[in-house]
Design a protein. Structure first.
Lengths: 69, 258
């Protein structure tokens, strides 16, 4: 059984423990709020990070506010 | 009045492409827009980036309602996800719906826009769809619950002004919901023109941000928007083919019947 899983966070590969949740993925970075997350193009509310298990090859997007027109 | 909410201005301003954050801030303070558009992009994760988000801090300081956009989305699924992320980040139900169908012209994907709008409305968003000036498209957007529509004047960032006045004026005649012209305005006179036609507001970015003096230009657009609205409410004089003397003809000196 694999002890790690490979996921993509903002298009960059990362190895995480096989039991990692989205909260674990986010915790790797000292992100300043506000930010939001999606896994495989599905929005995950902030309150659900700990209840969102990750799987091999998941694609995670972490986004922040920027200027826009 | 948009979705039952009153605003003190009919000008909405974008926040991109200004020479500096300070210039953006000064432009906003002078123009006093009803809303500021903003967007979402991936966080820079290199080196565990912990830098504070200066743009976020500026938005808070300016205290102008934020209109998040879904810029860059090319599918309904991307739009829906981005919208929900925006709602969490910006803590607002307002959304400028952008669904791009062509990268060269940034023309909206008119075939899927209505579906996207319909889903977002059901999810409780106050959707302001960026769309073309096509009457039937705009009518369908209203049909699915959009309480305001934002047709383009011209492709984003071109500054060409209204390239299809007939279609825009037809829209104004046929639809009762608030209409805001979004994208393609380059001059204050363009904003004034569409407001004279009865449009309810304008949304612009590049025309201000890329002016040599963006702050002064922001003020010019604010005045032009107000002037156009006042003109519309005043009732425009009918156009005549032939000259009509404005000075009274009766009693003209030296005049003799021939």
């Amino acid at each position: 059984m694999n002890t790690t899983l490979k996921v993509w966070i903002n298009d960059t590969p990362f190895d995480l423990p096989a039991t990692a949740t989205l909260a674990d993925a986010v915790a790797q970075f000292a992100l300043k709020p506000p930010f939001a997350a999606a896994v495989n193009l599905q929005f995950v509310p902030n309150s659900q990070y700990h209840q969102t298990p990750l799987h091999e090859a998941d694609r995670i997007d972490l986004i922040a506010p920027v200027t826009g027109g | 009045m948009l979705y039952g909410q009153a605003f003190s201005s009919r000008l909405l301003l974008g926040t991109s492409r200004y020479p500096s954050p300070g210039v953006l801030q000064a432009a906003v303070r002078l123009a006093q827009p009803a809303m500021l558009t903003a967007s979402l992009r991936r966080q820079n994760l290199q080196g565990g980036d912990a830098a504070p988000n200066h743009f976020w801090a500026m938005l808070a300081e300016l205290n102008v309602p934020v209109l998040p956009n879904t810029a860059g989305c090319h599918s309904v699924a991307e739009v829906i996800t981005t919208a929900h992320m925006a709602r969490e980040v910006f803590a607002t139900d307002w959304l400028k719906l952008e669904l791009i169908g062509d990268d060269y012209t940034l023309q909206p994907d008119t075939l899927n826009l209505v579906d996207a709008a319909s889903r977002l409305i059901k999810d409780g968003f106050k959707v302001l769809p960026y769309c073309t000036e096509d009457l039937v498209l705009c009518q369908r957007l209203v049909d699915v619950g959009c309480q305001a529509i934002m047709p383009w004047a011209a492709p984003i960032g071109t500054g060409k002004g209204p390239i299809n006045p007939y279609a825009l004026r037809t829209l104004r005649e046929r639809l009762d919901v608030p209409l805001l012209v979004d994208a393609g305005l380059g001059l204050p006179s363009h904003a004034c023109q569409v407001m004279e036609w009865g449009f309810d507001g304008v949304l612009l970015n590049t025309a201000v941000a890329l002016a040599q003096d963006p702050v002064r230009m922001a003020g010019a657009f604010a005045h032009a928007t107000q002037a156009g609205r006042a003109a519309f409410l005043s009732g425009v004089m009918p156009e005549h083919h032939s000259a009509q003397p404005s000075t009274p003809v009766l009693g003209t000196p030296f005049w003799h019947q021939t």
